[in-house]
Design a protein around this ligand. Structure first.
Ligand SMILES: Cc1cc2nc3c(=O)[nH]c(=O)nc-3n(C[C@H](O)[C@H](O)[C@H](O)COP(=O)(O)OP(=O)(O)OC[C@H]3O[C@@H](n4cnc5c(N)ncnc54)[C@H](O)[C@@H]3O)c2cc1C
Length: 462
């Protein structure tokens, strides 16, 4: 006998970018949702100032809105195709910002709050969930963000173990492999030692002579640094110091640390020892991204691109993400989450947003969107798979749940084309006209975007 009983509710913890979108998607699928948000008049976090849902804590920008040539724009478009509340509210509250999608932050947050509160299947409860959710909540989306309340973080830590929940990130810049100049750089592991994968050429090496090194140290020391907020209390761990702090300790420190030249021979100039060497290590299983080993930094983003392009071999580097150090609560998702975003040791808990190790408003909302859809489909007895890796949303989730390479510590990631399966750069356009070499990289991005949107629509309609 079939019944038309209303499904049991899904609980969403955290009404930020991810939780608001997740709650919307659940409700739109016809499943009741209870959204628990701890902020209320008189209670905020260190970064939030209001009790509005989906408050933007800093910039008012959702970055590029160009879906054809920018991976962030592509994820915007995919979210629109999937009926995103965050993208709808952003569209209604857009302010002029050239090619970027920027919003009036109060109008945006108000629109999200009003739409959720008006939805007949959404109940918003203003309370902190200060421990593991009660056992009878059989489907929960945890979207508590980079400043997850200490009581809940403590409970998650009890479940996952200390190695699996970080309270700070220390991010080294990541470079697109195809922007490295291999006429200068070469592949070799220190002392030709094979790593766990058996590869004795796992690293990319960028050599510097004395003058280049000295100029680089000068630029590092002079570059503007981002300030920590008073409440951040980011500790400098040994072995994880920002490179500019190492350089401040002595001009030779980096040459004896992450830039040491020993055990490496430049095949083009084997008799000349480099004065210093910057190493990059493969960062994703696709082999499209490389991180700069030991280069975690608080240099401001604009300065990073400028200073790091002084490194021979990286003079035309395209950065998939720049470095940073922040207070940031996030899971070791590649180990802990399945492709359904469920916590392996307790699958009734799904995670979404920045706490999964994605970075940024858009990426957080996108994982919230997916978590909401996955949870609702499961509740309705028609489980679905995550979208394929050709889509921006699928690529991001694939990265955090497995695409990141084992070995290096998992660090937060934002969406970029390097996470999508690679494509050959086209040589001719749709009309058969030759594309000049300088425009082929751009043409490749468009092909990847078109492929992504088609794959997304097929997934949605499939
Ligand atoms: C200081 C700072 C500046 C940032 N600047 C930017 C920026 O300029 N651009 C950008 O793209 N990203 C920025 N980020 C990253 C930003 O936090 C994320 O992009 C985005 O807000 C993450 O969305 P989220 O939904 O995961 O978390 P949030 O938007 O933070 O939402 C999490 C929600 O969970 C609630 N919560 C936490 N614990 C509990 C609990 N136990 N019970 C109930 N509710 C709980 C919080 O009150 C909050 O409302 C910044 C982060 C910080 C900390």
């Amino acid at each position: 006998m079939t019944t038309n009983a209303t499904p049991q509710p899904i609980h969403v913890i955290g009404g930020g970018l991810a939780g608001s979108e997740a709650a919307w998607q659940v409700a739109q699928a016809g499943v009741p949702v209870i959204l628990h948000e701890m902020r209320r008049p008189g209670v905020t976090t260190d970064a939030h100032h209001t009790d509005g849902l989906a408050e933007l804590v800093c910039s008012n920008s959702f970055r590029s809105d160009d879906w054809e040539y920018n991976a962030v724009g592509l994820i915007h478009q995919e979210m629109r195709e999937l009926g995103s509340l965050i993208m709808a509210a952003a569209g209604e509250n857009q302010v002029p910002a050239g090619g970027a999608l920027a919003v009036d932050r109060d109008g945006f947050s108000r629109a999200v709050t009003d739409r959720l509160q008006a939805h007949p299947l959404v109940t918003v409860v203003r309370e902190e969930i200060a421990g593991l959710p009660p056992e009878d909540w059989d489907s929960v989306i945890v979207a508590t963000g980079p400043l997850t309340s200490p009581a809940l973080a403590e409970a998650i830590l009890g479940l996952t173990g200390e190695e699996s929940l970080s309270f700070f990130d220390a991010i080294a810049p990541i470079v697109h492999a195809d922007s490295i100049d291999f006429d200068i750089a070469w592949r070799q592991s220190r002392y030709d030692k094979a790593g766990p994968g058996g590869d004795a050429a796992a690293y990319v090496n960028c050599p510097m002579d004395r003058d280049q090194y000295e100029a680089f140290i000068d630029a590092l020391l002079a570059g503007p640094k981002a300030e920590f907020k008073d409440w951040e209390h980011v500790p400098y761990f040994d072995g994880c110091l920002p490179i500019e702090v190492m350089a401040e300790r002595g001009r030779e420190t980096l040459r004896h640390g992450p830039m040491k030249p020993v055990g490496l021979t430049n095949p083009r100039d084997p008799m000349v020892k480099a004065h210093a060497i910057v190493q990059l290590r493969q960062d994703n299983a696709l082999g499209t991204l490389f991180n700069m080993v030991g280069f975690q930094t608080k240099l401001k983003h604009g300065a990073q691109a400028e200073v790091f392009r002084m490194i021979p071999g990286l003079q035309k580097a395209q950065f998939a993400r720049l470095g940073g150090l922040h207070r940031n609560t996030y899971l070791n998702s590649p180990r802990l989450l399945d492709r359904q975003l469920r916590l392996k040791p307790m699958p009734r808990l799904r995670f979404a947003g920045q706490v999964t190790g994605v970075e940024g408003y858009v990426e957080s909302a996108a994982t919230g969107l997916l978590a909401g859809r996955l949870a609702a489909a499961e509740r309705l007895g028609q489980p679905i798979e995550a979208p394929p890796a050709e889509t921006a949303i699928g690529a991001l989730v694939q990265h955090i749940t497995g695409g990141h390479l084992e070995g290096a510590k998992f660090q937060p990631m934002n969406i970029n084309y390097g996470l999508l399966p690679p494509l050959e750069a086209p040589r001719v356009d749709d009309e058969g006209r030759r594309i000049p070499p300088k425009d082929r990289g751009r043409a490749k991005k468009r092909l990847m975007s078109v492929r992504g949107l088609e794959a997304l629509k097929a997934w949605r309609d499939g």
